[in-house]
Design a protein around this ligand. Structure first.
Ligand SMILES: Cc1cc2nc3c(=O)[nH]c(=O)nc-3n(C[C@H](O)[C@H](O)[C@H](O)COP(=O)(O)OP(=O)(O)OC[C@H]3O[C@@H](n4cnc5c(N)ncnc54)[C@H](O)[C@@H]3O)c2cc1C
Length: 467
């Protein structure tokens, strides 16, 4: 067993762990990042398809303008970004294909429009009543946490066509179904992401940015800055509090340190023997279900190149919940990426790769009346629920009852004497489940570790402090 000593161990080399490690290192603390898998990045993964001359982001892809902590990091490390052009929407159902813009719904029926406006503005209004730091303090917290989004839609939405949009909205944001998620949690999540306008079919269409060369570029720079402080292929199995610090055990190695930052997705906590244990609430988190599937084509048959395209599909035979133009500057071929989320991702896992590809191609052929849609040059996919040290995507969700019963969401420390600090996108109360939350939580954990370690150093040299 190799034995190491350092100031702080960071478990998990996703964006949250790397952000924490970067700040701790900048503060002159001796930091070790221990990662279970053979790569850094966690839920961000840029696939490099050398044969096709292509890169594609199979995990986190876009940065929105409101992600202020992420933008600060992007600026600090000097990574380049590019902006996607305005978006055209295409809505495909069993019997119809409608094209529309971000300011017009694919229907002329004024009552349907009213229903659509009503449900999203009601969700936005209720989301504004949920305090970001303590959602259980919302005026109707108990009531909202005792039911699901399905219960809420059942009593609020009038038209089936609008209901299909609201159900898809939950699936796209939470990667889970309306009957699975707590209404209180989902409203709170909406508050985190800028409200209903963020992801509805008719939205304000804020500009979206992508990292040049793929999201992995950001991680590459962070790892370069940390040098040999990052250990791969080393799943951490045990974290114990010992006198004045922690003992972290990984695959064939131990680290004795003053503190540990756990920056792993919630399902992975149960793979680590922790003493003291985390509160019971952590066993009630569930990861969403998500596939990301990219198709490369010879021509951009879906657009004219001036505008990006976003497609929403809404019929039983199509596995994709939505798809977007994934044509990346510098790539040899145009590309489309489809997301299969929630129930459809579970259905997809019971089919073959060929069947999933076929289902998406048929939907594209229908949406764009194109024969080429059936003949992609290549097809790549990633099922995030098969990733042993991630457990699903995009993030973890709360079923009813957990938020108000345990009141544990968003804390960095669970025990004032323990040297275990939590980071990770699911420990954030800003940008929960997104890159923004990952950076925010990593930064917070680093700041808290620095405060505790500095305090301990002062306490062990009181005479120096007096001078
Ligand atoms: C398909 C998909 C698309 C997404 N799109 C976007 C998007 O466009 N924009 C956006 O903002 N967000 C997006 N997200 C969400 C975003 O990717 C995550 O919020 C973010 O990457 C989480 O970062 P993290 O560091 O908290 O966790 P992770 O990235 O999950 O990193 C955790 C790390 O911990 C490691 N680990 C786990 N257990 C152990 C252990 N025992 N020992 C050591 N290491 C361990 C894992 O291997 C992993 O590397 C998307 C996610 C997915 C899956």
């Amino acid at each position: 067993m190799r034995k190491h000593t350092c100031d702080v161990v960071v478990v998990g080399a996703g964006l949250s762990g790397l952000t924490a490690a970067r700040l701790l290192h900048k503060h002159d603390l001796d930091v070790a990042v221990v990662e279970a898998s053979d790569r850094v990045g966690g839920r961000a993964y840029t696939l490099e398809n050398a044969e096709m001359g292509m890169i594609s982001d199979q995990g986190a892809t876009r940065c929105g303008p409101a992600m202020s902590t992420l933008w600060q990091l992007i600026k600090d490390v000097g990574v380049k970004v590019w902006q996607q052009k305005p978006t055209q929407m295409v809505y495909v159902t069993e019997n119809s294909v409608s094209r529309f813009t971000p300011t017009s719904l694919p229907t002329w029926n004024p009552l349907v429009r009213l229903d659509h406006y009503n449900i999203f503005s009601t969700m936005d209004r209720l989301a504004n009543q949920v305090p970001p730091e303590e959602p259980w303090e919302a005026p109707s917290a108990q009531e909202w946490d005792s039911c699901t989004m399905k219960d809420f839609f059942d009593r609020t939405v009038w038209f089936k066509s609008v209901r299909r949009i609201t159900d898809a909205f939950v699936s796209m944001l939470a990667c889970a179904e309306p009957e699975e998620v707590s209404m209180l949690w989902f409203l709170w999540l909406m508050g985190q992401t800028g409200g209903g306008r963020f992801a509805t079919l008719v939205n304000s269409n804020p500009p979206q940015y992508r990292v040049s060369g793929g999201m992995q570029q950001l991680y590459k720079i962070l790892v370069e800055q940390l040098g040999d402080r990052v250990t791969l292929n080393c799943p951490v199995t045990k974290v114990e509090n010992v006198e004045d610090g922690v003992l972290v055990t990984g695959d064939g190695a131990t680290w004795e340190a003053k503190a540990v930052v756990l920056a792993v997705p919630p399902p992975c906590y149960s793979k680590i023997s922790l003493s003291p244990a985390l509160p019971e609430a952590f066993h009630h988190f569930t990861m969403g279900h998500a596939y990301k599937c990219t198709l490369y084509y010879k021509t951009n048959f879906w657009g004219n190149g001036d505008t990006f395209m976003r497609l929403y599909s809404d019929y039983p035979d199509c596995l994709a919940v939505n798809a977007f133009d994934d044509t990346v500057p510098g790539n040899k071929y145009p590309a489309l990426t489809a997301l299969i989320t929630g129930r459809k991702a579970i259905e997809a896992s019971q089919t073959s790769k060929e069947q999933r590809k076929d289902s998406i191609c048929k939907c594209l052929a229908k949406a764009f009346s194109s024969e080429e849609a059936m003949q992609p040059l290549d097809y790549v996919e990633m099922n995030w629920n098969e990733e042993e040290y991630i457990g699903g995507g995009f993030s973890a969700y709360y079923p009813p009852g957990v938020l108000t019963r345990y009141k544990t969401l968003g804390r960095c420390r669970y025990n004032s004497t323990s040297r275990v600090f939590l980071a990770g996108a699911e420990s954030a109360t800003q940008g929960y489940g997104f890159l923004e939350g990952a950076v925010w939580a990593g930064k917070r954990a680093a700041e808290q570790v620095i405060a505790v370690v500095s305090q301990a150093a002062d306490d062990s040299h009181p005479e120096e402090k007096q001078i």
